[in-house]
Write a protein that binds this ligand. Structure first.
Ligand code: ATP
Ligand code: MG
Length: 390
């Protein structure tokens, strides 16, 4: 916004004030000079001792024709006085000018503070004061940025609360409904009673999983420290595959692992990364409709990062949903069916965890494969550049 760097312009009033100040100062100084000269003359005339002294000094200092010496002595004194006067005039005018500059800056500040936040101090000034202007403009920029950020956070908090209350109310309504039937003894057999309480119990568990997810999500967002350790990614994937084997075979799916022979060691929070892969594999099992394969791959393209991917065949994620699956509570149309359960927080949590590690996660989906890819830095504290950010 501060593109046109014009100098500061004085108003007509300020200009005339400056001129007046100059004139008044000059008059005062001339009066002062005159009185000094008169006074000195007076002193020299009335004091013969002083006259002699001056004469001796003149004689001892100057060599050359007498009249030249005399001429030079008085004139030098006057020239010095005029130089002094010019200095004083210059100093006073500059001081006044600086005051005016400050007044302009303060005026601009008031203008910005009155709510014109897209305004910046439009002029540049030579010297140190320019630093003040640059700082003020930078300050306004950063205040605006943080206000925007604040607004965004506020908005997303509102959304979160709306979503949570909606997702909690649905199971809660049926819990109250079923327990109400039990309370009013509106059942005819023990089986029916058990059916009611069983349904209420399941709904309560659903609520708990939402609350748990939410808790993890907010905790991940806050700056809780990662508990770092060196871990072998290949080994981790193998353990995960083993723990999901039964579930996969029940669904007629096979989990395959593709990792290099050499161990890939990274510095990371194993428990949290475990959560990420758990969710990705669970998702692959839940949503890979008609799929037969889940592949867990890890590779190390350079000494900075590792790339881990979880892919499954089966139904693809529609193009329009790809950018949204990482949003909290987002579930692709059709996934909302209660058969798969889920709160839509899994991928949001995964993304938070990966980001906390300095990495990034993205998804691609074709008719053949849906692939979640995670880039993680080998060493903690390094921030990888997200090449998939739109
Ligand atoms: P949660 O993980 O919180 O229990 P969830 O699995 O529905 O619930 P996410 O893991 O965030 O939530 O996934 C969001 C949505 O992305 C899912 O509801 C699903 O529609 C879609 N999705 C995720 N993984 C896949 C996949 N491998 N294949 C197809 N769709 C997927
Ligand atoms: Mg999930």
């Amino acid at each position: 916004m501060n593109t046109d760097s014009k100098g500061m312009k004085l108003t007509a009033r300020e200009k005339s004030a400056l001129i007046m100040e100059g004139i008044v100062t000059v008059i005062l100084l001339l009066l002062l000079d005159l009185s000094v000269i008169v006074l000195l003359n007076e002193m020299i005339q009335t004091n013969p001792g002083l006259q002699d002294g001056i004469f001796i000094i003149k004689r001892s200092v100057f060599i050359g024709p007498q009249h030249y010496q005399l001429w030079s002595w008085e004139n030098i004194f006057i020239v010095l006085m005029l130089l002094f006067d010019a200095g004083v005039v210059y100093w006073r005018l500059i001081r006044r000018y600086h005051q005016m500059q400050l007044r302009h800056i303060i005026g601009e500040l008031h203008y910005i503070a009155n709510g014109h936040f897209d305004h910046r101090i439009p002029f540049t000034i030579k010297g140190d004061t320019q630093r003040v202007i640059t700082s003020v403009n930078a300050l306004v920029d950063s205040v605006i940025a943080s206000m925007d950020e604040e607004r965004k956070i506020e908005k997303s908090k509102d959304e979160l609360i709306t979503n949570v209350s909606h997702d909690l109310r649905t199971p809660l309504t049926s819990i109250i409904g079923y327990l109400g039937l039990v309370e009013d003894r509106q059942y005819h057999s023990e089986d029916e009673l058990l059916k009611y309480t069983g349904t209420a119990f399941n709904k309560a568990k659903q609520m708990k999983s939402l609350v748990d997810d939410l808790f993890t999500y907010t905790k991940m967002r806050a700056d809780t420290p990662l508990s770092l350790a060196t871990l072998d990614v290949g080994q981790m994937l193998e353990q995960l595959a083993a723990s999901f084997e039964l579930e996969a075979s029940e669904k007629g799916m096979a989990i395959d692992i593709d990792v290099p022979d050499k161990p890939i060691r990274i510095e990371a929070d194993g428990e949290k990364l475990g959560r990420v892969f758990n969710n990705l594999i669970t998702n692959a099992l839940k949503y890979g409709e008609g799929g037969k394969h889940i592949n867990l791959r890890a590779k190390q393209p350079d000494d900075k990062e590792v790339v881990v991917s979880v892919e499954n065949d089966g139904k693809k994620i529609p193009e329009a949903s790809l950018s949204q699956v990482f949003e909290r509570f987002y579930r692709v149309e059709g996934s909302r069916s209660k058969a798969t359960g889920g709160t839509g927080l899994g991928l949001a949590i995964a993304q938070s965890i990966v980001k906390r590690h300095g990495g990034y996660i993205y998804v691609t989906s074709t008719d053949d494969w849906t692939r979640f890819v995670i880039h993680l830095p080998i060493k903690n504290g390094i921030q990888l550049k997200d090449e998939h950010e739109k």
